[in-house]
Design a protein around this ligand. Structure first.
Ligand code: BGC
Length: 473
């Protein structure tokens, strides 16, 4: 029973002082999230392998053996176990399971069974995602989610996976971030199919993914009545540069609606709000098709109205200097590391009245300069939502071991554990030890809040609030 619904608003509590502990409810999940293409290695049959071969990775890298999970995921499961984690999210690679249309690969399903068994043997609860950005080449060539039979194909794949793995997994994530898939693939051109400025197409793609999600939701429940099915939603904070100037506010609200609200609106009402519904049909069958909401929360972007940015609906989206930031991508900053984003994200999806899991949160940070600060403060912000009565049931850090970061290749390192992809050698970063302590204690200790949650601990600033030279931003 969710503690919070729009009819039952939470009582807002003031934040606790630093130096006190924050304990989470019993059974809270402390996990890490991963994705097939980023960790498995030797994925040669999906649209991302073509994207890599076409030289579209900014760093020039290819995923190669990635973290070598297809041969030895168990090495990282051992690490997760040693860290005392009780959950792990992974995805299955459709292009391995159905390499050609209607051809199913029993050996691939067997390997996934072995992985889930290995997790369970280590008392780690698996959460399986069915689509994390990648799919078979044959599906891409048919138009991917714009193909007329996309929902049918996705349902067939889902059924196959659940029939084979359903006894080992109860929590299913249908899609990872339909909003990111739509925006990067059809507006910014950074993900395959690399189309730019096609906002209406992106909205249609997200709608079609919602239809696929609904079909999968019903199929999973038919096969496994006690399953819990949700999706992973990427939530970004869009902050107007100056709230007193209405165009900045309007453009931030518009971007936030399109990015943060569209998929949720479909689940909540079965349609997009006017005027965005003009390009897409109503989807009554999508309404109420989730048992939980997964949230992937990373950063905040600042937004200014700008006539020069017509292809982005006149929004100049940027990261100002002197805010905490992880490492930079090849061409652009990753975003402001903003721990409070978690709270805003939880508040925004709570109206669905479903349990919430933070399914990704992290920062690219090879030297572990700001990850400990980000992690402790994000978990503190999350704790506050729990105290306020929001039904939050888990936190999954992105990610366990450095992995192949899409268009940035190996340049951005999100792992609690550092990886040398050539030797496959793993080295625990400080934040791996910290996260392990948090998971084992089911919360954050007074020492941690004392060390990381004071305003002066915010990276980039010294005690006087002036920019610090101590840390390297
Ligand atoms: C994606 C991951 C990605 C992470 C860091 C998330 O939005 O789901 O696949 O690696 O962000 O960029």
């Amino acid at each position: 029973m969710p503690l919070f619904s729009s009819k039952n608003p939470p009582i807002l509590t003031p934040n606790r002082p630093v130096g006190t502990s924050r304990q989470f409810p019993e059974g809270f999940l402390w996990g890490v999230s991963t994705a097939a293409h980023q960790v498995e290695g030797s994925n040669h049959n999906n649209q991302w392998s073509d994207w890599e071969a076409a030289g579209r990775i900014r760093s020039g890298d290819i995923s190669g053996n990635a973290c070598d999970w297809w041969n030895n995921a168990e090495r990282d499961f051992d690490l997760a176990h040693e860290m005392g984690l009780n959950a792990l999210r992974l995805s299955v690679e459709w292009s391995r399971i159905e390499p050609r249309r209607d051809r199913w690969d029993a050996a691939a399903l067997k390997r996934y069974r072995a992985m889930l068994e290995a997790l369970r043997q280590r008392n780690i609860q698996p959460m399986v995602c069915l689509h994390h950005f990648t799919h078979p080449r044959w599906f891409e060539h048919k138009g991917a989610f714009l193909a007329p039979d996309a929902a049918e194909r996705f349902e067939l794949f889902t059924r196959r996976v659940v029939e084979e793995l359903g006894d080992l997994c109860r929590h299913w994530v249908t899609f990872n971030e339909p909003n990111v898939y739509g925006a990067l693939g059809y507006v910014l051109g950074e993900f395959p199919p690399g189309r730019k400025g096609e906002i209406i197409t992106a909205v249609r793609v997200v709608n079609r993914m919602a239809a696929c999600h609904a079909r999968a939701f019903h199929a999973i429940h038919e096969l496994q009545p006690d399953a819990q099915v949700g999706w992973a939603h990427n939530y970004v904070v869009f902050e107007p540069v100056n709230r007193a100037f209405p165009p900045h506010r309007w453009i931030a609200a518009l971007l936030s609606y399109l990015f943060n609200e569209s998929f949720i609106g479909l689940i909540e009402h079965g349609r997009l709000a006017f005027p965005f519904n003009f390009a897409t049909p109503n989807l009554k069958e999508v309404k109420d098709t989730c048992d939980f909401v997964g949230l992937n929360v990373y950063s905040r972007f600042h937004v200014a109205f700008s006539l020069k940015h017509s292809s982005q609906l006149f929004g100049n989206v940027f990261v100002p200097p002197h805010v905490p930031q992880g490492d930079c991508g090849v061409e652009k900053p990753y975003g402001e590391a903003y721990p409070e984003a978690i709270r805003e994200a939880v508040q925004s999806v709570a109206r669905l009245g479903k349990p919430i899991y933070i399914l990704e949160n992290g920062v690219p940070d090879a030297q572990d300069r700001i990850r400990p600060w980000l992690m402790v403060n994000a978990i503190q912000a999350l704790h506050r939502t729990v105290e306020e009565g929001y039904d939050v049931r888990g936190y999954f850090h992105w990610t366990l071991t450095d992995n192949f970061e899409w268009t940035e290749g190996w340049r951005l390192r999100f792992g609690l554990v550092a990886l040398d992809p050539t030797t496959q050698q793993r080295t625990m970063r400080e934040s791996a030890h910290l996260y392990s302590e948090i998971g084992r204690a089911n919360g954050i200790s007074p020492e941690m809040t004392e060390k990381f949650c004071r305003p002066e601990a915010r990276p980039g600033f010294n005690r006087e609030g002036r920019e610090s030279t101590r840390r390297n931003f």
